[in-house]
Design a protein around this ligand. Structure first.
Ligand SMILES: Cc1cc2nc3c(=O)[nH]c(=O)nc-3n(C[C@H](O)[C@H](O)[C@H](O)COP(=O)(O)OP(=O)(O)OC[C@H]3O[C@@H](n4cnc5c(N)ncnc54)[C@H](O)[C@@H]3O)c2cc1C
Length: 437
């Protein structure tokens, strides 16, 4: 006979954000249950993330949240308040250098860094080549595809300046970081169940009452949080809230490629993230003296929206491989382009303006932490802290829609106005409408 259980809060998903919400809610005294249809924590899109932690965003809440997020990663062991038998994920605090599109930095990002107090330096190209010998400092903007003859033209002008941002790095093992959060939540009384698929959200008189599982079991809770990553729109449809949200989410296919690092770049001894707006890529060191290269979604590249997040092409495509790796080879001329394609394919959970939705919904008790748009790994703990505070205040009777909750952050003391993450906001035109948020 199917079981019937009850919790204070059910969290759908055990990715980095879902597991972190499990931890924060259980720390706040809720009896929580994280459900995931995959076999372990962090096996969804979190498992293929580049796990880059950086602070440059084009909006005040974007920078403030990422700046706050950096402190969680720096304080990871203390924050977890518990040990994990598998060890702890390491935050490699290597800093970042951003090349190209200097206008975007000087007009949008740097004033926000100044206002919030995020450190940076403006470098000339001499400083760039001193730090990264072998880098080509030519300007090739705007990004093009290799099929376009102009892709192969030599740079006629050099890049003007670069921005060095020490407030950046990456997490060595994102699945381990998620497992760390699972263990931290369990230490506070939280429960995780894997290989367990939610197939329906139940409600009564405008209030969520629980979920139904694929085996027919019912689990009751007065609070259900959708943290289903690229499946977020499926769960919102199950709950009947998708149409009442002004901002929607969709799944977008993305590829990240791995290539051997060229000689002389110095990444092994002196790692760094490099954001290359000029060629539409970003890259960082990867295990085994490799480089991981991702896309900044330049306009010339097709976007592949996925209607069914359980059914999409998981093979690296020749077209994207050639374009992305050749863009990297323009910047690093000594790069050997391997014939065998290597990397990962996964989905972003993209909102209409590439800014997440951290909010309640029109169904009482049903909350969403969705639309992470390829850039919220770094903010998982901030999102979890804010969602816990928001849930607590709304359940205590606060009308968050009329009077949006403002939350003072743990480490920086900055105050985040959660209206910025409302499901009913107007599209934020200050967004970069890309993974840069
Ligand atoms: C290729 C790539 C590169 C990225 N790079 C970066 C980066 O460098 N920096 C950064 O900050 N962010 C990055 N991101 C974004 C970041 O990884 C995500 O924002 C984050 O991992 C989302 O976590 P999540 O917990 O919301 O979702 P997920 O990790 O996707 O977890 C959702 C979980 O929900 C489960 N689920 C779905 N439906 C159901 C159901 N019906 N029943 C039960 N369980 C269900 C899934 O199985 C899944 O495990 C990247 C993303 C990708 C794909």
């Amino acid at each position: 006979m199917p079981e019937h259980k009850r919790y204070d809060a059910i969290i759908i998903g055990a990715g980095i954000i879902g597991a972190n919400i499990g931890f924060e809610l259980s720390k706040a005294g809720y009896q929580t249950l994280n459900l995931d249809k995959l076999p372990a924590a962090g096996h969804g899109s979190t498992g293929n993330t580049c796990a880059i932690i950086r602070t440059h965003y084009s909006t005040w809440p974007g920078v403030a949240m990422a700046w706050e997020g950096l402190f969680y990663w720096k304080d990871w062991a203390n924050y977890l308040e518990t040990n994990d038998e598998r060890g702890q994920a390491e935050f490699i605090h290597c800093g970042a250098v951003y090349l190209g599109d200097t206008d975007r930095y000087t007009e949008k990002v740097l004033p926000l860094f100044d206002e919030i107090g995020v450190p940076y330096e403006v470098w000339d190209m001499e400083a760039v080549t001193k730090r990264f010998p072998g880098i080509d400092t030519g300007s090739y903007s705007p990004p093009k595809r290799v099929e376009d003859a102009a892709f192969w033209s030599e740079a006629t002008t050099p890049l003007q300046t670069a921005v060095c941002s020490p407030a950046a790095g990456y997490v060595s093992d994102p699945q381990l970081a998620t497992h760390n959060l699972q263990r931290a939540a369990e230490a506070k009384g939280g429960t995780f169940r894997f290989n367990t698929e939610v197939v329906a959200i139940r409600s009564e008189a405008g209030r969520v009452t629980g979920v139904t599982l694929a085996d027919g079991s019912l689990i009751d809770a007065p609070i259900v949080v959708n943290v289903a990553g690229p499946h977020s729109f499926v769960i919102n449809e199950m709950a009947g809230v998708a149409d009442s949200m002004n901002i929607k989410t969709r799944a977008l296919r993305h590829e990240v490629h791995h290539v051997p690092a060229p000689e002389g770049l110095g990444f092994a001894d002196n790692p760094s993230l490099i954001g290359d707006d000029d060629l539409g890529t970003y890259f960082r060191p990867e295990l085994g003296n490799h480089i991981l290269v991702g896309s900044q979604d330049p306009e010339c590249d097709p976007q592949i929206w996925v209607a069914d997040p359980d059914d999409y092409d998981r093979e690296i495509s020749t077209g994207q491989w050639e374009n992305q790796v050749m863009r990297l080879a323009r910047r690093l001329p000594a790069l050997g382009v391997p014939s065998a394609k290597k990397g990962v394919v996964d989905l972003y959970d993209v909102s209409d303006d590439w800014i997440p939705i951290y909010d309640r919904t029109d169904l009482d008790g049903f909350y969403v932490a969705v639309g992470s748009s390829g850039n919220q790994f770094k903010n998982a703990s901030v999102a979890a802290y804010c969602m816990t505070e928001l849930i607590w205040r709304v359940e205590a009777g606060h009308d968050h829609d009329a009077d949006p909750v403002r939350i003072t952050q743990r480490y920086t003391g900055l105050e985040l106005d959660m209206a910025a993450y409302s499901r009913n906001r107007e599209i934020n035109r200050d967004s970069s409408f890309s993974v840069l948020g």
